[in-house]
Each structure stands twice: as structure tokens, then as C-alpha cells.
Design a binder for this molecule. Structure first.
Ligand code: SF4
Length: 192
């Protein structure tokens, strides 16, 4: 049996033989991909301000290994569609998606990108999933940075675990409870 001594106080571990680790290759690849996302920000409208906030020191998207922007689609694997997409912009967005190398992922940032938002008219694309596949949809007009980071972590889980069906980021508070909170009724109803 190999000699081994462990000193937890000094955090030193000595073994008498070379250590080794085992993993599946695809799991190792997925782990590396999920923490080395190169983003292409396709920002068209007011959601762009909120997107910038996630890169600031308070929310610090760099913690997730997903902050490096690449303004060439061939060097990016995560397409952030941020804002309203008009019918005239739709072919450009599709071309950018097509130019990205596989594997690639798409996040619809905000209500406009997810479903057209309140622009119920002939000029606006009613959701980017009409022209490209979407992995994560983040609701909100605009979504808060916390929701954006929730969406990013959801995507990282999908990259690690597989699965490409579109997933919606759910709110931390249910809308009905939020309305009650704003009306000042939540506390009075949650008594013993
Ligand atoms: S979802 Fe709201 S904030 Fe975002 S682009 Fe549309 S209108 Fe602007």
C-alpha cells in the first residue's frame, strides 16, 4: 500500500505514488466550454444598457468566464440578442448566427428579443426563435442583471448536461406576490 501522510493544519498532502484522475472526455470538454464562453453581443435597443450593467463591478459577469466579447461571429460561441429586432434586421441576425462556428448557443435578452415585446406591429420580429434556435429566454423589459445572470447559469447547466430546447428564466418572486408587495398587502396576509 502506498505511503501517505495528510496534514490538514498545513494543507499538505504527500503520497508515495503519482496521483491520477478519471473523467469522461465529453464531460471534461463540456466543463471547459461552459467556463470559456466567447460572446457576440447583438445589441439593438434599450436592453443594451442593462446588458452593460452585468459587466460592471457590481454584477461582474467575468466571474462566470463569459465576459470576453468577440465582434467577429467566427470567434464567438454565444450570441446575446439584446433588444428589439426589426424585420429589416432579421436577415443580418440570421447571417451572423450562420457564420458562428459550432457548437454555438443563443440567449434572447429581454421581452423584445424573446417575443417582440409590446411592439405588436408589422415592423418587429415577434421573437428571434422565428429565425434562429434559442437556448435561453430572459423575460423583462428590461430584465434585471440578476435575471441575466440566472439565464447565463441556466445556459451553463445546459452546456454541461446537454439539451437544446428553449428554456425560460423564471422570476424569483411570482408576479402575483410582487403585485401584493407593491400594494403593501403581502405582510398582512402572511400572518400566523
Ligand atoms: S424589452 Fe424593453 S428595455 Fe428591452 S429592448 Fe424591448 S422595450 Fe427596450
Amino acid at each position: 500500500m502506498a505511503k501517505r501522510s495528510v496534514d490538514m493544519g498545513r494543507l499538505s498532502v504527500r503520497t508515495g505514488e503519482m496521483g491520477y484522475g478519471l473523467s469522461r472526455f465529453d464531460a471534461l470538454l463540456a466543463w471547459a466550454r461552459k467556463y470559456s464562453l466567447f460572446q457576440y453581443p447583438f445589441a439593438t435597443a434599450c436592453c443594451g444598457m442593462e446588458f452593460m450593467a452585468t459587466a460592471g463591478p457590481r454584477y461582474d459577469i467575468a466571474r462566470f468566464g463569459a465576459e470576453a466579447p468577440r465582434f467577429s461571429p467566427r470567434q464567438a460561441d454565444l450570441l446575446w440578442v439584446v433588444g428589439t429586432i426589426s424585420q429589416r434586421q432579421a436577415p443580418i441576425l440570421k447571417r451572423i448566427y450562420d457564420q458562428m462556428a459550432e457548437p454555438k448557443w443563443v440567449i434572447a435578452f429581454g421581452t423584445c428579443a424573446s417575443c417582440g415585446g409590446f411592439y405588436d406591429n408589422y415592423t418587429t420580429l415577434p421573437g428571434i426563435d422565428k429565425i434562429i434556435p434559442v437556448d435561453i429566454m430572459i423575460p423583462g423589459c428590461p430584465p434585471r442583471p440578476e435575471a441575466v445572470l440566472d439565464g447565463l447559469m441556466l445556459l451553463q447547466d445546459k452546456i454541461a448536461g446537454g439539451g437544446r430546447t428553449a428554456t425560460l428564466v423564471t422570476p424569483h418572486e411570482l408576479p402575483e406576490r410582487l403585485v401584493k408587495l407593491r400594494m403593501g398587502r403581502a405582510d398582512s396576509e402572511s400572518g400566523p
